[in-house]
Design a protein around this ligand. Structure first.
Ligand code: ZN
Length: 398
């Protein structure tokens, strides 16, 4: 039986009010004064609400959120290693259940209009594949409401913890989608080997690559050059994301221009989430205007690293704008583009968008303009995933 949904009077970005006709999960028609083709069609009045394509959280960590648990008093030390070790200890102490935790995360994400997530999942020799298995179960449980891509992520280091590569390999065999990496110089202290192993794993499993790169200034820039070399040599253009890439905010203009050329030549995407702190960060606007592929995400949501992030991509757009000192409407529209289309390109969803033929993944929000919605962040009136209503008035529909 055909399933038809007609949503009338909604306002897309940059356009007049339209109607959307959805048939079997796909946008069949977009335009004024549409009519349902079947008497069984479900009709809804959009009431002039803002229409967004589904939000794309292209970088988060669903396996280790502390959402729904008693408040965790955070007294972690300042360094990256302090945070990594503290997290491993806390996870043991709490006997964290990655399936239950990632389900709580998924529900909040769906309720706020996220239709696609790429989540990094810790793989290490303490934790084994528990995180991967829990999130893979969640991916299955919510597959009609949210697309989840899993990155096999060596959060505790890879070469410095023998056995980690084998576990990553096993996760990829068992359904992880993407190969992760982490600070090849600063954590593993052997950048060429770290990257060779990652690119080997990716080639073996025909998987994309997503590397956390916090290394600052010229150290990080050197790692970025090594990533670009391997991307070119292995024909991996368009399949590599560098997450954070703090180094792009910490080199001089001449070096930055050279790095941007490398990113463009190799179609490498930069994920920037507007991190807190005083460290320099890449200028999202500089990269966007140069044509560099960009995406964003919530990173760790209320976890052992800190309590500040929540799974709401309108809040994320606000944070990216705030961190980058973006105030103009066209600048905030740029951030929305990154939080929707930019992320969808990374996740490889060719059917993403609001045109006929695209998957019917969209969000309705009350408000005057799309930019205003970033500032006010009202409850999402309606969230639709492949033509099904999955959330209404800020709450998931079971
Ligand atoms: Zn991360």
């Amino acid at each position: 039986m055909t399933h038809e949904l007609l949503v009338t009077n909604v306002r897309p970005p940059h356009g007049e009010a339209i109607d959307l006709r959805v048939v079997d999960g796909v946008i069949a028609e977009v335009g004024p004064a549409l009519e349902a083709s079947s008497p069984d069609a479900r009709a809804m009045d959009g009431g002039g609400r803002l229409l967004f394509p589904g939000f794309v959280d292209a970088h988060t960590h669903m396996d280790k959120t502390l959402l729904g648990l008693p408040w965790y008093r955070n007294e972690v030390g300042p360094s990256l290693l302090d945070k990594i070790e503290n997290e491993r200890a806390l996870r043991r102490e709490l006997q964290l259940d990655p399936h239950a935790q990632s389900m709580k995360h998924a529900r909040l994400a769906i309720a706020t209009g996220t239709t696609h997530i790429r989540t990094h999942v810790d793989i290490d020799t303490d934790w084994g594949l528990q995180g991967f298995e829990g999130v893979a179960q969640t991916r299955e449980d919510v597959k009609d409401a949210l697309d989840i891509q899993i990155v096999a992520f060596p959060q505790s280091g890879m070469l410095i913890r023998p056995g980690t590569v084998d576990l990553m390999d096993e996760a990829l065999r068992n359904g992880a989608d993407v190969v992760g990496g982490l600070d090849p110089s600063a954590i593993d202290r052997d950048p060429a080997k770290h990257l060779d192993v990652i690119f080997d794993l990716a080639g073996k499993h025909d998987a994309d690559i997503d590397i956390h790169l916090h290394e600052p200034g010229e150290l990080g820039a050197f790692s970025l050059e090594l990533i670009a070399e391997r991307t070119r040599a292995l024909g991996y253009q368009g399949r590599v994301v560098v997450s954070h890439a703090l180094c792009l905010g910490g080199v001089d203009e001449a070096y930055l221009s050279r790095l941007i050329e490398l990113l463009l030549e190799n179609e490498i995407t930069i994920m920037s989430h507007g991190p807190s702190g005083l460290r320099p960060v890449p200028s999202v606007k500089r990269l966007y205007e140069a044509g560099v592929r960009l995406c964003t995400g919530n990173d760790g949501v209320r976890d052992a690293w800190g309590p500040l992030n929540m799974p709401d991509m309108l809040l994320r757009a606000f944070i990216v704008a705030y961190r980058n000192n973006l105030r103009r409407d066209d600048e905030l529209e740029m951030v929305l583009d990154i939080a929707t289309n930019g992320g969808a390109r990374v996740l490889g969803d060719a059917n993403y968008g609001l045109q006929p033929g695209c998957a019917a993944d969209f969000v309705l929000v009350e408000g005057e303009t799309h930019v205003q919605a970033i500032i006010d962040r009202p409850p999402r009136s309606l969230v639709v995933k492949r033509g099904r209503i999955v959330a209404r008035d800020g709450e998931c529909v079971e």
